[in-house]
Write a protein that binds this ligand. Structure first.
Ligand SMILES: [Zn+2]
Length: 182
């Protein structure tokens, strides 16, 4: 069976603008407008490798180029880059899924951050930085996760189901009185 792996099309490509077969990869400083949290940002993404038509000058952003632009925007906006997040997760020995579970976002969200499809919100960026920096915060979040996000309850289940059910006949009344008395 032939593997359906997509081979990159050999250059030059046909230009979607003028139709000439004159599109080649080119690495340039790419001026971009990026909308982030309701504001437009104009910035230059350095050394972006995109496709450019030598006839009409049209530029075509490949997925790789979009990733480079997104990464450059994070540097420009002082946000954690995908590379930094990957490195931190590797350093902490955390999978993307574990990380997502501990900070309370969907695993798909982390995937989108790391694949450059989505830029993390500023508030989450700050939170993730603290998460990476502080073992205490990570420990606390792990505990919250294990307790089903009810860290305020010191001993879930202790005053609940087990005592009141058939398991403990004798201490039942005492337990009831104790808890009822307060
Ligand atoms: Zn063209």
């Amino acid at each position: 069976m032939a593997k359906r792996e997509r081979q990159p099309k050999p250059y030059p490509h046909r230009c979607p603008e003028c139709g000439d077969v004159a599109v080649f990869p080119e690495t340039i400083d790419y001026t971009s407008t990026f909308k982030y949290e309701g504001r437009q940002h104009h910035f230059v993404a350095p050394s972006v490798t995109l496709n450019k038509c030598r006839t009409c000058g049209a530029t075509i952003l490949t997925n790789r180029a979009l990733g480079q632009v997104a990464e450059a925007f994070r540097v420009y906006a002082n946000l954690l880059t995908a590379r930094e997040m990957r490195d931190e997760l590797h350093h902490l020995g955390l999978t993307q899924k574990e990380f997502a579970g501990q900070i309370g976002v969907a695993p798909e969200t982390v995937t989108r951050w790391l694949k450059h499809v989505q830029i993390q919100a500023r508030a989450l960026d700050k939170f993730v930085r603290i998460f990476f920096k502080s073992p205490e915060i990570r420990e606390e979040l792990r505990r919250m996760q294990h307790d089903g996000n009810t860290p305020a309850d010191p001993a879930p289940g202790r005053q609940g189901t087990s005592v009141d059910s058939s398991q403990a006949k004798e201490p039942d009344s005492r337990a009831r009185q104790l808890t009822a008395g307060h």
